[in-house]
Design a protein around this ligand. Structure first.
Ligand code: HEC
Ligand code: HEC
Length: 177
């Protein structure tokens, strides 16, 4: 699975698209190769239970988000997920390991719906600047490029992904239908 490293196209390669709306849509479609990847989706489930692996099967054992996304008081995510990937057991890790809130659920939604929801102030506390920083710099998001074990990383690098998001925002942040 890890043999082929998937690349991301650079924002410059979209400059030939003269129409800003069409360019914005094309940029988001490219960023969507990251957003809809199992490494991201597994933490953005539509129920209270995370999913695992490229097949996005329900997390084993049964764990649920709890009051803060970090698990129930009786079984915290941090019981098993430590500050870094643990290669001996293959358990992924990050100091902030927790589920995205249910208003940010992505599984089962189209890329267009995910796009509209992340720009909707009623569903997200992040304005556009915060959204950019989160995707370009947040190290929990960044885990998806260094997932450990035999997991497939998301395409490109986090910096390349951030550049696509910036170009998408600058070209009007259009969402696919
Ligand atoms: C009892 C131990 C345990 C607890 C508690 C636990 N996990 Fe896991 N989790 C694992 C193991 C082991 C794996 C790796 C399974 C694999 O890759 O085959 C895993 C994998 C995952 C993955 C999949 C990563 C990927 O992309 O493949 C996610 C997401 C995840 N856990 C989220 C959570 C969240 C969120 C919590 C708390 C609500 C949590 N886990 C609590 C043991 C646990
Ligand atoms: C280990 C779990 C985890 C993984 C993996 C993960 N996220 Fe998230 N994501 C979260 C959490 C938690 C939040 C909520 C952050 C907050 O509210 O400050 C979130 C929120 C977001 C948001 C804000 C959504 C909105 O509606 O405002 C975006 C965008 C996002 N993540 C992108 C990604 C991308 C892209 C990836 C993969 C490259 C990814 N995430 C992988 C846990 C995760």
């Amino acid at each position: 699975m890890k043999s082929e490293v998937a690349r991301l196209r650079s924002p410059a390669s979209f400059a030939v698209i003269g129409d800003p709306e069409a360019r914005s849509l094309a940029l988001f479609a490219e960023a969507g190769r990251v957003i809809t990847h199992p490494r991201c989706m597994n933490c953005h489930p539509r129920t209270d239970r995370p999913t695992q692996t490229d097949a996005m099967r329900p997390h084993i054992p049964l764990v649920t988000r709890g009051p803060d996304g970090g698990g129930e008081p009786t079984l915290r995510c941090s019981t098993c997920h430590h500050a870094a990937n643990f290669e001996a057991s293959g358990v992924p890790g990050n100091p902030n390991w927790r589920l995205a809130p249910i208003e940010m659920a992505w599984q089962g939604k189209s890329l267009g719906d995910i796009c509209r929801q992340m720009l909707d102030p009623a569903r997200s506390h992040m304005d556009r600047a915060a959204l950019f920083h989160h995707m370009a710099e947040d190290e929990l998001v960044g885990w998806a490029w260094h997932p450990g074990g035999s997991r497939t990383p998301v395409p490109g690098t986090q910096a390349e992904f951030g550049a696509l998001i910036k170009a998408w925002l600058d070209s009007g942040a259009r969402c696919p239908a």
